[in-house]
Design a protein around this ligand. Structure first.
Ligand code: ITT
Length: 198
């Protein structure tokens, strides 16, 4: 049987990206649901790193497999880093991203491009069965556009324009996004750490 990695997320869009980024690894990647692990982790940390650790730790208690967790979000400089670690909870977990994205655009109405800088941040934590924990944090720099665009990706992708491209991250293919994204870079760093140990 292949070795197993359990990914501590309930977010199906993240899970899709994670499978793409980790494809070709000599591990079976299972979501929490597939591993039949149920846990409700309170994200009480003040940083992405702390929250990623909390999620990985909670799930590691319930399995002997390697556990990886991702905590991520969007920081908008003009809004003093909001929504930041509260990105999923901003305006309520059940509010649609169409509404959340429009609310952020409204808050930036009239703000010139030079002051619309923003970044996606992702901290990925891996918990090994022997108790060792490693965390890596990466960002994707860009700015908030004037209007939503694109159908790919998820969450805040339609309003975020990566510096490396002249379009929103929802207009990138998943391969293009994963190559430069916060999640792609942090997960590749973690992948190397895991591969070193096997
Ligand atoms: P888990 O905790 O179960 O993993 P979650 O959705 O609550 O799922 P987070 O607490 O890490 O995850 O919240 C991250 C939020 O930040 C996510 O719901 C999106 O709104 C936003 N986000 C993170 N990465 C993103 C990306 O690549 N593209 C668009 N939005 C992103």
């Amino acid at each position: 049987m292949k070795n197993e990695i359990v990914f501590a997320t309930g977010n199906l869009d993240k899970m899709r990206e994670i499978r793409e980024i980790l494809s070709g690894m000599d591990f079976e990647i299972r979501s929490m649901k597939e591993a039949q692990i149920v846990t409700n982790v309170e994200e009480t940390g003040e940083t992405f790193e702390e929250n990623a650790r909390l999620k990985a730790e909670a799930v590691a208690k319930k399995t002997d497999a390697i556990v990886i967790a991702d905590d991520s979000g969007l920081e908008i400089d003009y809004l003093n880093g909001e929504p930041g670690v509260y990105s999923a909870r901003y305006m309520g977990e059940d509010t649609s991203y169409q509404v959340k994205n429009q609310a952020l655009l409204d808050r930036l109405k009239g703000v010139p491009k030079e002051q619309r800088s923003a970044r996606f941040v992702c901290a990925v934590a891996v918990a090994f069965p022997d108790g060792e924990m490693i965390v890596r944090r990466e960002t994707m720099e860009g700015y908030i556009g004037e209007a939503p665009a694109g159908e790919n990706g998820f969450g805040y992708d339609p309003i975020f324009y990566p510096t490396a491209y002249g379009c929103s991250s929802a207009e990138l293919s998943s391969r293009q996004k994963n190559e430069i994204s916060h999640r792609g870079k942090a997960l590749m760093a973690i992948r190397k750490e895991i591969e070193k140990r096997i």
